[in-house]
Write a protein that binds this ligand. Structure first.
Ligand code: TRP
Length: 352
């Protein structure tokens, strides 16, 4: 099967280290590995508007922020097509046809949509566009013949629903879509990174994120204030590693290399955890260790960002050009869809 990769993010804020381990790290790996036919990263502004209808400025401003975050993280614009969703209107038309293949019951059963609806306190006032965004996400994915979707764990229900829509289209009108597969991080600790306050998710509104663009002092401050084990008061007290944010991040970010470099008195994370659990290891020490690791990861990202920030015009031009290329591909998919559906009114023309 052809290797066509597509993924995306909603531009509602800057990208943070949860995005990095959850999906960006895999994108970088795929980019380096090569051997793909096309690789798209979509900035999902249309999807972001499904719960930000009155906040277009925020979404628009964050489109550029997210583009900067990608480039800073090391996404290479000569290998990957980064484009803006709303600049490919064919996706909206596809969404219309896909809508007829999905039931209300199926839509409202999508666990991610359910969770997000609750989180936003929508109850009965949930916008129709929001409930339907998995259908538009299916168009994002299928519109480019995507076979691989590198995402975080929370997106699995979307890929599942996309596969169902593809199958339903294929069965109803004719086989034109390959079924896309998700690519998740190998390391389980990277699937869902907790916030610095210990709550289940990093989110801008909770103020518990470490952003890719954070300055060194901000990073350190956030780590020094991170939630650990409230009962671990004296250094000699035994400490808990479960639910401890510092260990959750060390699970995701530390390697044997990090130990050699910054904490050679321990061989690996298991040894460090064992010492913490036994007692005699203070929070400051593990926090400074984590700080070293994250500073090393984020420094080159921050520096690259500062370079790219000098050329916002160039980034916008790239995004516009990329959208044109994306449109060509999406229009071809749309043409094939309409052909398969038999939606061709030239058949009625008597003069050919
Ligand atoms: N739903 C994704 C998120 O919230 C963003 C997204 C939109 C996406 N379209 C996509 C992800 C297509 C992967 C593929 O981050």
């Amino acid at each position: 099967m052809k290797k066509i990769i597509l993924t995306g993010d909603r531009p509602t804020g800057n990208l943070h280290i949860g995005h990095f381990v959850g999906s960006i790290a895999n994108r970088l790996k795929l980019q380096e590995k090569g051997g793909y036919e096309k690789f798209y990263i979509m900035i999902a502004d249309t999807q972001a508007l499904t719960d930000n209808a009155d906040n277009v400025d925020k979404v628009r401003n964050n489109v550029v922020q997210v583009a900067l975050d990608y480039l800073a993280a090391g996404i290479d614009p000569s290998k990957v097509n980064i484009f803006i969703q709303s600049q490919v209107p064919e996706l909206a038309e596809m969404t219309m046809y896909f809508m007829n293949l999905v039931t209300m019951a199926r839509l409202t059963r999508n666990p991610t949509v359910k969770e997000e609806t609750k989180l936003r306190g929508f109850n009965l006032s949930v916008p129709v566009g929001f409930v339907c965004y998995p259908i538009s996400q299916a168009a994002d994915i299928l519109g480019f013949g995507t076979t691989l979707v590198p995402v975080g764990e929370d997106q699995l229900p979307m890929i599942e629903q996309t596969r169902e829509i593809a199958k339903s289209f294929n069965n109803t009108y004719g086989n034109i879509f390959d079924l896309p597969k998700p690519i998740l991080p190998d390391n389980k600790a990277c699937l869902r990174l907790v916030g610095t306050d210990g709550s289940a998710k990093m989110s801008k509104s909770a103020g518990n994120c470490i952003y890719l663009k954070d300055e060194p002092e901000e990073i350190k401050k956030k780590i020094m204030n991170a939630y650990t084990d409230p009962n671990h008061i004296k250094i000699s007290d035994p400490g808990k590693v479960e639910g401890n944010v510092v260990f959750a991040y060390l699970d995701a970010f530390s390697t044997e290399e990090s130990f050699k470099k910054y904490l050679p008195e321990y061989k690996n994370l298991d040894e460090l955890k064992a010492h913490y659990q036994k007692g005699g290891l203070g929070d400051v020490k593990i926090k400074l260790f984590l700080n070293n690791i994250l500073q090393e990861l984020l420094e080159p990202i921050r520096n690259r960002r500062k370079e790219y920030e000098k050329n916002i015009d160039g980034i916008c031009e790239m995004l516009f050009k990329n959208a044109e290329m994306a449109r060509e591909v999406a229009s071809e998919t749309l043409r094939k869809m309409k052909e398969a559906m038999g939606l061709d009114y030239t058949k009625f023309l008597t003069k050919k």
